[in-house]
Write a protein that binds this ligand. Structure first.
Ligand code: G6P
Length: 622
């Protein structure tokens, strides 16, 4: 949700900020803007609607904006339609917000998140003579800072502090003050923000890829902390205005990992990175051929004390949870409940103190998942986060963290992070099963061997991608697609269906195959595409029967199963095979053709698959 960048140092700021915004465009892409300062000159503001490209053209790739200090923003609209007026940066002066050029304002700022009480604050400021040019909550917060700054004749840190205690919501802010050239002020609450320092240069961004090319040494600014960023130095303050010391963290991600490296889109590159992501995540959890959860701090005694597991997550991470319930219940024989974080956070939850709450999140910043984690912690429940982004809020607040090693994921639709999360779940399930005596040593070793064979099997599927590519192009104009499966195959269907709809905009639904006849089958008519997922031997015949029921009503059937199950061709019109693996781990293989199907359907329709309309990668608002 919205990307923020900032730079102050010895180089020209605009090209650095545009480069950073390009790497954050997955966070929002309906408009973008920059505010640049050249020494003590007033800030120059330039904004533009649409993708970042139009801002790049408008500023001649940043060359038309001189100055070594600046902030930038790429927007995912929450308050107010995407327009030049509503685009950030916003200013404290009573000017027309769509105007670009030098602005006389005291304060200029960009914002990610939502200010919930902005209407009340707007009324207050209107009574004090402020006029508003935009519909945004951001303009309100910038003007509120300006109000305190002038009224009490205090410094930026104190003015921001007074504002933070008045606003409700989630936010990350980057601000420049007219009287403080060369300085950027930043603050956050439940929205990500990192600050990097290298030599005489300082960088600020919503996410790591924006600054990876410049530095890997970063500070994670804490909730309700303020940063004063100067060239080559940064100071942090708490809500009392007292200076606080923060530790620096070294990012191990390779800058190249955040580049397309010759691939047409990040999504296909990330699909191809899955063997490595799976291998790396597995390697981080294996020690001398045994699973080790030592890095998470979950010791044997703790694991043994767990009476039930609850998994909360959003989007594809929730689909991992759906798969996890089958795997954990079957292997470890512990009751598992899976919930959408947005539902869990607002309902009365009954838990006992031996529950383990697992929050799965690629970004570690998803607002609903974070709120669910906090709710669990407030209830005194032990929490484990399965997270990809090191140092993210969920990772820092959970009692235990299991990091996936997918590297930076840029495409909005997740692929390699999903696959890495599955590996984390498999290891947790196998280890818990072994520790609780549900499986013996022989089975334990068999499962580990099966796990280590997954990367090569995924590579094999990728080598055979042409078939699914052809099929996706053929069906890219389908009106509706139904994905059906039972058990773990239902969980896989959920992810396949999401990939199809979010990338190609074709309506698709996933159903537990046995549930079809309770209503949905009325939607099946001639040539509707039904994709049956059949990786679970025990349920194979049942799902084939449900597919046959669809075919009898005119559906065109695609089957997705493992090599050897050739009898499916008696019913299916088109079949995709994946290598065999232990049934518990089949999601890792079956999901790959479905990711490819979604990707190639979107490409065939000429869509921007990395940045599907209305979506954002990291959803830091409710
Ligand atoms: C967005 C992304 C999805 C992702 C979901 C949860 O909707 O587009 O790909 O699964 O957020 O994100 P998280 O970072 O918590 O895994």
């Amino acid at each position: 949700m919205c990307g923020i960048v900032g730079y102050t140092g010895t180089s020209q700021a605009a090209p650095i900020l545009l480069d950073g915004l390009a790497r954050l465009e997955y966070r929002g892409y309906d408009s973008a803007g920059l505010a640049i300062r050249d020494g003590s000159e007033l800030a120059q503001v330039v904004k533009s609607t649409g993708k970042l490209r139009s801002l790049i053209e408008k500023t001649d790739s940043g060359r038309s904006l001189a100055g070594t200090c600046g902030i930038g923003h790429t927007r995912w609209a929450t308050h107010g339609e995407p327009s030049q007026t509503n685009a950030h940066p916003h200013v404290s002066g009573n000017c027309t917000g769509s105007a670009c050029g030098q602005v006389e304002s005291e304060v200029v700022g960009v914002h990610n998140g939502i200010i919930e009480n902005y209407l009340e604050l707007r009324d207050k400021l209107s009574r004090h003579g402020y006029q508003f040019y935009s519909e945004t909550d951001t303009e309100v917060v910038v003007k509120l800072i300006d109000y305190y700054y002038r009224k009490y004749k205090i410094g930026p840190v104190d003015a921001i502090n007074r504002t933070l205690v008045r606003v409700r919501g989630t936010y990350a802010l980057a601000l420049m003050f007219r009287d403080h050239p060369g300085e950027i002020y930043a603050a956050r609450k439940d929205a990500p923000m990192i600050i990097g320092v290298s030599g005489e240069n300082s960088y600020l961004a919503s996410d790591v890829p924006a600054i990876l090319n410049y530095t890997r040494s970063v500070y994670y600014i804490g909730n309700l902390q303020i940063a004063r960023v100067l060239p080559g130095e940064v100071h942090f303050y708490d809500l009392n205005g007292d200076e606080v010391q923060l530790e620096r963290t070294e990012i191990t991600w390779d800058a190249k990992a955040a580049e397309k490296n010759g691939f047409e889109h990040f999504m296909i590159k990330e699909i191809y990175e899955q063997p490595a992501a799976v291998r790396d995540t597995l390697a981080s959890l294996l020690c001398d051929g045994k699973i080790s959860l030592a890095d998470t701090g979950l010791d044997d005694t703790t694991l043994r004390s767990v009476s039930s597991i609850r998994i909360v997550a959003c989007g594809s991470a929730w689909h991992v949870g759906m798969a996890a319930q089958y795997i954990l219940e079957d292997l470890a024989q512990i009751p598992v409940r899976v919930e959408l974080a947005s539902e869990y956070r607002y309902r009365k939850v009954l838990s006992d103190d031996r529950e383990l709450l697992i929050v799965i999140s690629q970004s570690g910043e998803t607002a609903d998942s974070l709120a669910a984690l906090r709710k669990g912690k407030d209830m005194g429940i032990r929490t484990l986060a399965i997270v990809n982004v090191v140092g993210s809020t969920i990772a820092r607040e959970a009692d235990h963290v299991l990091y996936t090693h997918a590297g930076p994921e840029i495409a909005v639709a997740t692929t390699k992070a999903y696959s890495s999360q599955l590996i984390a779940i498999y290891c947790l399930a196998v280890e818990t099963a072994f520790m609780l005596g549900r499986i013996d040593e022989e089975a334990y070793e068999y499962y580990i061997q099966e796990l280590t064979s997954l990367p090569d099997k995924i590579t094999r599927i990728l080598e055979e991608k042409e078939r699914i590519q052809w099929f996706a192009s053929k069906y890219s104009n389908a009106r509706d697609i139904f994905f059906i499966g039972r058990g773990l195959d239902y969980a896989i269907s959920l992810e396949g269906s999401l990939k199809a709809k979010e990338i190609s905009y074709v309506h698709s639904e996933a159903y537990a195959a046995g549930e079809l006849k309770h209503g949905t089958i009325s939607l099946i008519e001639d040539n509707i595409l039904v994709i049956g997922v059949l990786t679970q031997k025990d349920l194979f015949e049942k799902t084939v029967s449900n597919m046959a029921e669809c075919k009898a009503r005119g559906a065109y059937l695609m089957a997705l199963t493992s090599y050897g199950n050739y009898s499916v061709e008696d019913s299916a019109d088109f079949t995709v095979y994946v290598p065999k693996a232990d049934p518990h781990f089949m999601a890792s293989l079956a999901v790959v053709p479905l990711q490819l199907f979604g990707y190639y359907s979107g490409v065939a329709r000429g869509l921007d698959v990395d940045k599907p309309r209305n979506l954002a990668k990291s959803v830091t608002v409710e």
